[in-house]
Design a protein around this ligand. Structure first.
Ligand code: ATP
Ligand code: MG
Length: 382
């Protein structure tokens, strides 16, 4: 999108927002069977998703999967071809952006370049003709929230990327939106600043627990760190959603497993289903392994055993535990961890562990372990 268009979007978004004095309206977000097309091309297909009031929902997915489109539909910058969008109790589908009570932050900190920091933050309040003294107080309050009180007189070009993004967040919050929409707000920042901004966002949300946040990212770490729930998009469709930890621990599909973190996916066959202890027995090559049972799978079915790299250890831990013998095929030191790739039963398994003082050489054979409760099953065709 052209920078000018982004600025226009932001201009109408920051003019938006009523005050938190309208709690009767609630603050959740609802997509009800929302389809968005550009011309004849459907880019977002039948999205139904509810974000509870006060919840942080991360929308993740590969480039082009329609994350931004979904967010822009909530903001009112694109009109669904069909379906309804709700903010709180209100159906906002037919409302213009400035009537939707939203705050929005986009990837490239579209601050108004010709305005000083304080004027950027005050923009939405002034557009709503708030009293001068109230504007001053609210601007100071918001800049304090994001740690930018010392920069009120600077122009955006005189700020670092992280600082600009803090101002953009202060500007979005100034109008006390009921809903905060964030589109890859940290993606232009380097890893360290991203990390501290993530913590700040979490802190901000703690201070405003009723604020509903829809956070678009393709960074799974951001999603896992910040979000209560995660929704995964693929090719314009919602393919999985759930509480962040549950989705990470028990991904429903291969795509969800691979998109949300790294996963070992081993081809296995179900030998014995749950015998009442929540565990199932599967066969990998010549050996049997115990895993968490997944309802609905019948014995003999081909599945993928999903185990995260840090779920594999050199010593047994957790009961019951599985043991495999692996041959070291690759070894990588990555500062605060070691990544080891081993071959076992004809498949490669990656494990991540604390840095090894005495790393094994390539070709060496040694036992590895994983707890049954850390291993889940995914149907082969899911
Ligand atoms: N204004 C537009 N006109 C036509 N097609 C568009 C327009 N905006 C987006 N698209 C198309 O819609 C699809 C979804 O785009 P969208 O920007 O929502 O993806 P995204 O998931 O946000 O991707 P990214 O991670 O790269 O930001 C893409 O195929 C894109 O080319
Ligand atoms: Mg996008």
């Amino acid at each position: 999108m052209a920078p000018g268009a982004v600025i226009d979007d932001v201009r109408s978004a920051v003019r938006a927002g009523s005050s938190w004095s309208s709690p009767k309206l609630g603050s959740g977000i609802g997509f009800e069977d929302v389809t968005v097309s550009y011309g004849k091309l459907v880019v977002l297909a039948s999205l139904s998703l509810t974000i509870e009031p006060g919840e942080i929902m991360a929308l993740i997915g590969p480039s082009g999967s329609a994350k931004t489109t979904a967010l822009r539909a909530v903001a009112g910058f694109v009109r669904p071809a069909s379906g309804r969008i709700r903010i709180g109790e209100r159906d906002v589908t037919d409302l213009p952006p400035h009537a939707r009570d939203i705050g929005m932050v986009v990837q490239n900190y579209a601050l108004f370049p010709h305005m000083r920091v304080e004027d950027n933050v005050a923009f939405g309040l002034r557009a709503r003709r708030e009293a001068k003294e109230a504007v001053k107080q609210r601007v100071a309050e918001c800049l304090r929230m994001v740690g930018m009180s010392a920069y009120t007189q600077r122009y955006p070009r005189e700020l670092s990327g992280g600082q600009q993004q803090r101002v953009a967040i202060a500007r979005a919050l100034a109008v006390r939106p009921r809903v905060l929409l964030l589109d890859e707000p940290l993606s232009a920042l380097d890893a360290q600043i991203r990390h501290s901004m993530l913590q700040e966002l979490a802190r901000l949300h703690e201070a405003m627990p009723s604020l509903t946040v829809l956070y678009v990212t393709h960074d799974q770490t951001e999603a896992l760190t910040l979000a209560d729930r995660i929704a995964i998009m693929r090719d314009g469709r919602l393919v999985a959603s759930g509480p962040s930890q549950a989705l990470y621990r028990e991904p429903p599909t291969r795509f969800a497993a691979e998109f949300l973190g790294r996963a070992n996916l081993l081809p296995v066959t179900l030998e014995a289903a749950d015998a009442g202890d929540g565990l199932a027995r599967v066969r990998l090559g010549e050996i049997s392994l115990l895993v968490k049972a997944r309802p609905g799978l019948s014995v003999g079915r081909d599945c993928l055993l999903c185990i995260r790299p840090h779920g594999i250890a050199m010593r047994p831990g957790g009961r019951p535990s599985n043991e495999l013998t692996g041959v070291v095929r690759a070894m990588q030191w990555q500062g605060d961890l070691h990544s080891v790739t081993l071959e076992t039963q004809g498949v490669l398994i990656r494990m991540i562990c604390a840095p090894l003082r005495d790393p094994p050489s390539l070709g060496v054979r040694f036992p590895i372990h994983f707890a049954a409760e850390d291993a889940t099953l995914i149907p082969e065709d899911a």
